[in-house]
Design a protein around this ligand. Structure first.
Ligand SMILES: Nc1ncnc2c1ncn2[C@@H]1O[C@H](COP(=O)(O)OP(=O)(O)O)[C@@H](O)[C@H]1O
Ligand SMILES: [Mg+2]
Length: 220
């Protein structure tokens, strides 16, 4: 069973009356437990592809299926459920909510999904990223690497089958970034998640099971 199936996807944007072909026919699949990198220079379409893969946006042509469900066939309620149950997303700039404590940030996806035992499960997720003692801190009291580990805990707290990471080490120094890459690899192993990571760093791309190189909206 494939977790992600992207089939001949095109994505056009209209920017100031000009058409931009962000994706020009991309196909890829991800199986459970795979850690895959999407490598290419800025503007080649990595973020666009990740947003389609997470059902946060839709292709102009072609199809995206997440755990067997084609995103364009679902209504808004079904899409929300799909994203909340099956997808975790990690951003370059962490995107923690500044007015919530660390543990409150992590449990938010469970609260939104109406899932039980949110505090216990978020503390487990924090332990998994080795931040058990930081639950009551506020985000601004953490280092960048710690913020990204909290964001990973939040992305994994509901045990998604698909974990998407957009330049997750882009704001971090190499040593701290390596620790984040290690956690993403462990997420694939420990939870059997399919992990798709966009990066413009060829070195980050080297640590994954498979590397997909992109250029100008296509796979090379
Ligand atoms: N919302 C948008 N509206 C218009 N153009 C966009 C939008 N998002 C991305 N693009 C364009 O699509 C192309 C791919 O962008 P993106 O997916 O962000 O690339 P990457 O993440 O690899 O840097 C770029 O030319 C970018 O300017
Ligand atoms: Mg990007």
């Amino acid at each position: 069973m494939l977790i992600l199936e992207i089939s001949d996807v095109k994505k056009r944007y209209l920017a100031q009356g000009q058409e931009v072909m962000a994706l020009a026919g991309v196909s890829l699949t991800l199986a459970p437990g795979e850690f895959v990198s999407l490598v290419g220079r800025s503007g080649c379409g990595k973020s666009t592809l990740l947003h389609l893969a997470g059902a946060m946006d839709f292709p102009s042509e072609g199809t995206v299926s997440i755990d067997g469900q084609q995103t364009t066939s679902l209504d808004d309620a079904a899409l929300t459920t799909l994203r909340r149950r099956k997808v975790g997303f990690i951003f370059q700039n962490f995107q923690l909510l500044p007015t919530l404590s660390v543990v409150e940030n992590v449990e938010l996806p469970l609260l939104l999904a109406g899932e039980p035992q949110e505090r216990t499960r978020s503390l487990e997720a924090l332990a998994w990223v080795e931040l058990s003692d930081y639950g009551n801190r506020m985000p601004h009291q953490l280092s960048g690497g710690q913020m990204q580990r909290v964001a990973i805990a939040r992305a994994l707290v509901h045990r998604p089958k698909l974990l998407l990471a957009d330049e997750p080490t882009g704001n971090l120094d190499t040593t701290t970034g390596d620790r984040i890459l290690d956690l993403l690899r462990r997420a694939a192993k420990d939870f059997n998640a399919a992990v798709l990571m966009a990066t413009h760093s060829v070195e980050s791309g080297r640590v994954t099971d498979r590397t997909i190189a992109m250029l100008d909206g296509r796979i090379r």
